[in-house]
Design a binder for this molecule. Structure first.
Ligand SMILES: *Cc1c(COP(=O)(O)O)cnc(C)c1O
Length: 222
């Protein structure tokens, strides 16, 4: 078992249209480099301090996706380089991302996070909250963020029917929002769902981005 082989095995399961985000949280720079040398360029992290600690030591052509819960006061630390932020769950955060992206003369890709699991611990909006956000006049003034899709996490359970239904629900939300708010914006196309234990189910439900850690890097260490 090596990172290189694991990566190859995971990739063999993914159609070309599905992007792989290699979730490197709690793994060392050497391990990230091993995946990089095997061709992986997109990595995901979920803690700001950890990401800004690693990023300067790793190749510049890595695309960093921030996949975790992000506090507004920490956006400034990742805004200079992050390419996607997966878990936007309120307008205040989106506004801050826009402000910091503007300072860096960049546009940051964002995904709206939805609460689809039956676990209270997970963050995310309801469809109604997302619609309220998208209807705000202030939202339309944000020029340094692009909303490119939606993200969600299914319940951690053995019940594959439940997981399938939750991903199906997210797909449905994605389609509703796309039709209502992004019909003329082809960049709104990403459905970020699926992790090591459920990415095959997520892909059957239409996932375009899977976020996979353990199946590539093994058990998390640091
Ligand atoms: C850790 C994490 C993942 C990857 O989880 P694995 O089970 O290790 O594949 C995916 N998405 C988010 C938001 C995470 O925090």
């Amino acid at each position: 078992m090596s990172i290189k082989n694991n990566l190859k095995e995971v990739k063999e399961q993914l159609p070309d249209a599905v992007q792989l985000i290699a979730v490197s949280k709690k793994h060392k720079e050497e391990e990230i480099l091993e995946a990089y040398e095997a061709g992986q360029r997109i990595f995901g992290e979920n803690k700001v301090q950890e990401l800004i600690g690693k990023q300067p030591h790793l190749p510049e052509d890595i695309q960093w996706h921030f996949i975790g819960h992000l506090q507004s006061n920490k956006v400034k630390h990742i805004a200079p380089f992050v390419s996607f932020i997966h878990a936007v769950h309120k307008f205040k955060l989106l506004k801050e991302i826009n402000k910091q992206a503007k300072k860096n003369d960049r546009v940051i890709n964002c995904l709206l996070q939805f609460h689809i699991a039956d676990e209270e611990s997970k963050f995310g909006m309801t469809e109604e909250q997302a619609e309220n956000l998208l209807n705000m006049p202030q939202y339309k003034e944000l020029k340094n963020v692009t909303i490119v899709g939606v993200m969600g996490m299914a319940t951690f359970t053995e019940d594959t029917e439940q997981v399938k239904n939750e991903f199906g629900k997210l797909k449905h939300i994605f389609q509703n929002i796309k039709t209502k708010y992004f019909a003329d914006q082809p960049e709104f196309k990403e459905l970020s769902m699926g992790m090591s234990n459920d990415y095959k189910i997520a892909m059957e439900q239409g996932s375009t981005m899977v976020r996979i850690g353990t199946a590539i890097f093994g058990k998390r260490n640091i």
